[in-house]
Design a protein around this ligand. Sequence first.
Ligand SMILES: *Cc1c(COP(=O)(O)O)cnc(C)c1O
Length: 329
Amino acid sequence: MPDGLAYPDRLSLAQLPTPLQPLSYPTLSERRLWCKRDDLTGCLLSGNKVRKLEFVVADAVAQGADTLITCGGLQSNHCRATALVAAQLGLHCQLVLRGEQPSIADGNLLLGQLAGAEVSYYPVRRYHHHLPELLLEHAERLRQIGRKPYIIPTGASDGVGLWGYIAGAQELAAQLNSLNITAPLVVCAAGSGGTLAGLAAGLSFYCPEAHVLGVAVCDDADYFYRRVQDDLAECARRYPSFSLDKPNNFTVVDDYIGPGYAQGYPEMFDTISTLARHTGVVLDPVYTAKAFYGMLQQLRLDKFSTRDVVFVHTGGIFGVYPEREALTR
Ligand SMILES: *Cc1c(COP(=O)(O)O)cnc(C)c1O
């Protein structure tokens, strides 16, 4: 395995390495299916965001920040993880959320509130049209009261957060190497794109025969192809010694979004219960269930001939609870 990537500063926040486990899914007997258990990066910090936050929050602390500002949907896993990390490190946290304040907080929102985050709610249209200004307004307001705010973008997907899954790719490559797997298909959900970008760039370096399949849960495939290149370009600007080539080892499919972001469909809910019953692994309804369902469809269509398939379980367990109705139907 090559070394020689110059990683930026990093905090230790996630439980690493996460296990790479075999997964026996009933209808995929001719393949070897593996699960990279990034839902086990922590109990409350469960999921992929904490990998990115190890680098992003290290950058915030190095800049002297005492308040993390970030944004997302009401059930954002990223906002929950950021709020908990802030509490752990003695930092303040301001969340800028998309949607009406619910009468009772549930799932991720409940945990973010328990962690003491201050939460501001914005109507969907205003949020979509004015997110950058809203974040800057909060930063300015906090500066006025003497705080030192640091804005973390949606999903911590930027040139700093990218390192989370470059490091994740290094970790996965070492595990694959010890199993003598050289050319796997590695599947992840694509939301803000940072996981996909980091995995593609990292694996192109650490496991050059791997191919990455990103399953979009919101925007279309073109968006993600552009997004990966943009994030890598930003990374190269920030870190002059950054030496990863633009990866061409990945594919994005956008056929499994359903009605929209965070909106489910019956096959996807069925996937959650089928996998839970057969393996004890529980997927989330916003990201991983769509990614897993999309992966199954792509394999059934024989789009990828790879024998070893690694599903990256990026977490999201707390998103199950707000979907209790659909999941008990
Ligand atoms: C945010 C998230 C993703 C998507 O990761 P991105 O890096 O934003 O593309 C996937 N799964 C879960 C559970 C998430 O919370």
